[in-house]
Design a protein. Structure first.
Length: 146
């Protein structure tokens, strides 16, 4: 099992975030990263079949947030991801990678991996292994606002 090695700066950032979580200073993903719901959604009336799925490495900076519940943050899960990064136990190619949806040039977490994505983005990993479905541009429409 190959694991991710952090630079000194990334490790320092991971430790700083970990301590802020323990001190109660982080209660929302936006306390440490840009995190939002997508501005585009799928036009299901035009969608005929399943979307293409891929696995591979992406730049975590391209993960913009999550689909639904962008406020959700489980501090213990984020702490666990940070500890695995700091201790060198965070797998490069996890057998259960985060599940994302690619809308245009941006990725959004769908069903699994929110806290791993936040950790990867927060410490500025250069690449991150994920599974994602890609929505063709022809199916993208502006999301409805409340």
């Amino acid at each position: 099992m190959q694991t991710i090695s952090l630079t000194d700066g990334q490790e320092e950032r991971a430790r700083e975030i970990y301590h802020r979580i323990q001190d109660g200073g982080i209660t929302h993903p936006t306390d440490i990263v840009e995190w939002q719901e997508p501005t585009k959604s799928i036009n299901y009336q035009e969608k005929e079949s399943t979307l293409p799925r891929y696995e591979g490495f992406i730049d975590p900076a391209d993960i913009k947030g999550a689909i639904g519940s962008t406020d959700r943050l489980e501090r213990n899960r984020l702490s666990a991801a940070l500890v695995r990064l700091i201790q060198g136990d965070f797998e490069v190619k996890n057998s259960y990678p985060p599940v994302l949806r690619k809308l245009g040039d941006n990725y959004y977490v769908t069903t699994d991996g929110r806290h791993r994505c936040i950790a990867a983005k927060a410490v500025a990993l250069e690449e991150f292994y994920v599974e994602y479905e890609e929505v063709p541009d022809r199916l993208l429409v502006d999301s409805e606002s409340d």
